[in-house]
Design a protein around this ligand. Structure first.
Ligand code: FAD
Length: 581
């Protein structure tokens, strides 16, 4: 679960056994039930001076006990500061409401949903009559962008409250599915990367599951099943269906012409979103999966500036996601760009749900997809023994077992070191004679020093076997006879190819399919795409004016988080110039 915005704390949830049916039927507790890591920061009391600054943006009104100020499942419309009396955050359960927290005078409502515009996870109800200051959500967002002191207090509290909801098991989603199912893992990953709390039940471990399935008229054969807000029941839903059910994209107007549409929410797209939104542009990001990109699958990034002890890719990109939302960027998840129409005038992007999004400028940040091993049955084991990322979720699956990591780059090195903390043994398979040419020295040293990692040079996997889940792997070294081992987990870290299929021939690509920009574009390529301006393309501009490419998808890019973030950030200055032209 390292791949989530609230990674380190969220990890506790899946470990702690809170993801069980028992937790779901917790009886109503008299005390506030949320687990608070830092109570004084999670529910701070504003000073009179701070309250006055909030009051100037809204209205003060009387509220009566029992009045519902916000309903779980509905979009958050207002933010409240309690002046007198008290309000409570409650979550509805089968057997009554659970009070998550009482909010007293000087304290305020809200958690991450109020920034993102997604539906609320809890209801807000008045428990003691009194007075509140009421602000429309848009006014709160203005305040967060203009008042640095209040912004810090609010955003920190919203994040800590979401963490408290996750750790306290306050979820409106129950996922029933085996950890050995690739679809269960996919849905978990999607929810985690979206920072959405969920309760998970593994039928392999929880024998009482049939009762719950009967309640919703499902059988074991229907798994994985997602119970969404206690009402909708989805059988093996796509990520899009999960997003729709939980209202992830609600409230995002995708019809008007945007200043800039960013395609892809990896580090490059998120950086572009933060800069575009903070500089006042009307920005929409569309992301085919969930925020994070490849970086979101990295267990620990140690070479990103400012994090001397390293940071998981999920935590880094999760923070960037919240930051982009804080500045007002809109981010639609589980939406894939399928076609770019680059006829002069407004650019149009077709999305896989049949909609067309229009933009005055575009930032292509679609990065790269993992390369697969050339084995005929590999897709059959994806998520069931074959993985393309090594996050907390996967590391738990192979605890105490032998695993294989394929690849000799930094991502493979990180995965091997990370997995060696939980696995019994890590076999690292590379085709070359050594790691020196492809991996950073610090990782090579850790691999050499780890008694659990065995480097196997000049070695390739030749076959995979198993019934449902991977059970055996055969490999061969040079011309020697092959060897078969009972290994159930293989991590494939063999690089990536650019995600440029959707560009529909609009922009010039290099011979490997990466997008060419600025000085890399030849005069012939400009002529072929009928470049209409007297100036040449800007540094990150493609063969279409106002269409930019950043990060791993760009030809000549250095495939690192820092370069993706840097390019995403500076692209926005070129976007401003294009909009003014
Ligand atoms: C396991 C691993 C470990 C790594 N470790 C490090 C490290 O330690 N240090 C380091 O500097 N770098 C590391 N990297 C490399 C780094 O993660 C990448 O360079 C970086 O993520 C590139 O960012 P990006 O935004 O350009 O592209 P990506 O991260 O690839 O993001 C692209 C995004 O676009 C989305 N997308 C693709 N096509 C579409 C479409 N048609 N419509 C909508 N959305 C689309 C994808 O879903 C994805 O979210 C690692 C990579 C991996 C895989």
């Amino acid at each position: 679960m390292a791949g989530g915005p609230f990674g380190s704390l969220a990890r506790y949830v899946s470990l702690s056994g809170l993801h069980t049916k028992t937790r779901m039927t917790t009886s109503i507790e008299p005390q506030d039930a949320a687990v608070l890591p830092q109570p004084e920061q999670t529910f701070p009391e504003l000073t009179e001076e701070q309250i006055a600054r909030v009051a100037a943006q809204g209205r003060t009104r009387r509220v009566e006990a029992g009045e519902v100020l916000a309903a779980a499942g509905a979009q958050v419309a207002h933010f409240y500061v309690v002046r007198s009396g008290a309000v409570e955050a409650v979550q509805r359960k089968d057997n009554g409401d659970i009070r998550v927290r009482t909010i007293r005078p000087g304290q305020f409502t809200g958690e991450v949903s109020i920034l993102s515009g997604r539906p609320a996870l809890v209801s807000i109800r008045v428990c003691d009559s009194g007075e509140v200051i009421e602000l429309e959500r848009a006014r709160l967002l203005d305040l967060v962008q203009t008042d640095a002191e209040l912004s810090e207090i609010f955003v920190r509290a919203f994040l800590l409250r979401r963490v408290a909801l996750i750790t306290g098991g306050f979820s409106d989603v129950v996922l029933v599915g085996s950890n050995h199912s690739s679809d269960t893992l996919r849905i978990k990953e999607f929810l985690t990367r979206n920072g959405h709390p969920y309760t998970s039940i593994d039928p392999d471990r929880d024998s009482g599951i049939q009762e719950l399935l009967d309640q919703f008229r499902f059988s074991m054969a229907d798994l994985p099943v997602l119970i969404c807000r206690g009402t909708a029941v989805l059988r093996n839903p796509t990520n899009r269906e999960v997003a729709d059910c939980l209202g992830f994209n609600e409230g995002i107007d995708q019809d008007h012409v945007r200043d800039v549409v960013i395609v892809g929410a990896g580090p490059a797209g998120l950086a572009a979103a933060v800069y575009a939104a903070s500089e006042g542009l009307d920005v929409l990001v569309i992301e085919s999966n969930a925020p994070g990109g490849q970086a979101g699958t990295s267990s620990r990034i140690e070479n990103y500036l400012g994090f001397p002890s390293g940071i998981s890719g999920g935590d880094l990109t999760g923070r960037a996601y919240t930051q982009a939302q804080k500045f007002g960027a809109k981010l639609a998840v589980a939406e894939t760009a399928t076609h770019l129409d680059c006829a002069p005038g407004t650019y149009k992007i077709d999305v896989d749900d049949g909609r067309t999004i229009r933009a005055r400028t575009i930032v292509i940040a679609t990065g790269a997809e993992y390369r697969k091993l050339p084995l005929p049955n590999i897709t059959q084991f994806e998520g069931a023994g074959i993985y393309y990322g090594a996050t907390f979720i996967e590391s738990q699956l192979c605890e105490g077992e032998e695993v294989i990591v394929v690849g000799g780059g930094n991502s493979a090195g990180q995965a091997a070191v990370f997995l060696s903390q939980t696995a019994r043994k890590v076999h690292m398979l590379i085709r070359s004679r050594g790691l020196a040419a492809t991996m950073s020295r610090y990782l090579i040293r850790r691999i050499e020093e780890s008694p659990k990692i065995e480097l196997r040079t000049c070695t390739e996997i030749t076959s995979l076997e198993g019934d449902g889940h991977l059970e055996r792997v055969a490999w061969r070294k040079d011309q020697e006879a092959g060897e078969t081992r009972d290994i159930r987990h293989v991590f494939v870290m063999t690089g990536a190819k650019p995600s440029t299929g959707w560009l529909s021939g609009c922009v010039a690509l290099d011979d490997q399919g990466f997008v060419k920009t600025g000085p890399a574009i030849s005069a012939e390529e400009l002529a072929a795409t009928k470049w209409p301006l007297s100036r040449p393309p800007q540094l990150l501009e493609t063969t279409r004016p106002g269409v930019f490419a950043v990060g791993d998808v760009r030809a000549g890019n250095i495939k690192r988080v820092a370069s993706a973030v840097g390019e995403g950030s500076i692209a926005i200055s070129f976007v401003h110039q294009a909009l003014q032209a």
